[in-house]
Write a protein that binds this ligand. Structure first.
Ligand code: DQA
Length: 144
């Protein structure tokens, strides 16, 4: 089972970026954590991050046939990207949307996700554990 973890804009700055909201761990720390959790589940996890919407769209398109599922933190594109939503619908790869912070507890504009309707579900507000919960959710989903 191969799972693609997609990370949107500014998540490359985790560790120093607004640590009160996003914690102290870097994206590399999170990647190591997820990969060790994935190993326990006998699952392969790949990580990709981009600040560019089109690159995320291309990665989703290329995931078809390569990955069984996607766990995605679209970051700010959650709230704006019709292109990412359409890409997810186009490839129809089971996807779980995740967020470190609880987007429903923050500014009004963050409460809307354009991407979540193209996903199986959304996990939001558990910090780094949102990544682990996303991994578990999608693995269970694939197992049926
Ligand atoms: C985020 C929440 C988004 O609103 C924000 O733009 C991010 C990170 C999260 O993980 O909490 O960049 O996706």
């Amino acid at each position: 089972m191969k799972i693609l973890f997609l990370n949107g804009p500014n998540l490359n700055l985790l560790g120093t970026r607004e640590p009160d909201k996003y914690g102290n761990q870097t994206l590399a720390d999170i990647e190591n954590f997820v990969k060790s959790e994935a190993k326990k589940l006998n699952v392969e996890a790949d990580f990709y991050q981009s600040n560019i919407e089109g690159e995320l769209v291309t990665k989703i398109q290329q995931a078809k046939g390569l990955y069984d599922a996607i766990v995605m933190n679209p970051a700010a594109y959650t709230h704006t990207s019709v292109a990412i939503r359409d890409a997810l619908l186009a490839v129809s790869i089971p996807t779980v949307e995740i967020h470190l912070s609880n987007i429903h507890k923050r500014e009004e504009f963050r409460k809307t996700s354009l991407t979540a309707p193209a996903c199986i579900g959304q996990i939001t507000g558990f910090g780094v554990d949102s990544y682990k919960l996303g991994l578990i959710a999608v693995t269970d989903y694939l197992k049926g």
